[in-house]
Design a binder for this molecule. Sequence first.
Ligand code: PMT
Length: 221
Amino acid sequence: PQPADLAGRHVVISAGGTREPLDPVRYLGNRSSGKQGYALARTAVARGARVTLIAANTALPDPAGADLRTAGTAEQLREAVLKAAADADAVVMAAAVADFRPAVYATGKIKKQEGADPAPLALVRNPDILAELSAARPRPGQVVVGFAAETDDVLANGRAKLVRKGCDLLVVNEVGEHRAFGSEENEAVILGADGSETAVPYGPKEALADRIWDLVVTRLA
Ligand code: PMT
């Protein structure tokens, strides 16, 4: 049986991957399925929390007991997360957010010009939701958790990201075409701003989610 150690707490979780439209038929996106974020939502409900789950482009069954909202782009996700975070005890950014979006949205489908080279794709930076939230802390004592999806120098990049983002906990996972993204399992090292490092071995995404909540609970106390 799960401890009800999140009873009376409001937690906000983002899941899935943002899609940044180029034109009405195309987008820039990533391989996130939302499974890790949904596992966080299910385990938080089981531990008694009031859960707001903000899903970006997922195709998963609604987790029972969570208040589900949706967002398509990074800017929409930012708006939804900041709104829900206003009275949240903890926010976990498991969503894969596009760092850049096309500078221009074409209202009609972009056509290929016969015989011409493709035009270069101009990008602009998206807002960094995790960094903004970590700096703002809309509610005093709020615990902010980020993820780091890395393909190389995983821990070193994770440690630098923790400092850059300013969150309390950073869940560092190695990703690849068939690694972490879309699978039922994951493994990670959870870095704390206090210097702690918690290795979570390969296993179901729920098990990693529960270890994250264990660390959040000790920081809420
Ligand atoms: O969804 P699954 O298929 O289950 O896969 C899970 C996962 C691999 C997507 C998940 O475990 C994961 O790693 N999520 C974070 C992906 C990501 O965007 O990592 P990042 O290293 O690019 O970003 C670091 C952190 O900053 C993340 O918490 C991200 O949500 C946040 N961020 C990033 C960019 C941005 N503009 N705003 C942000 O808030």
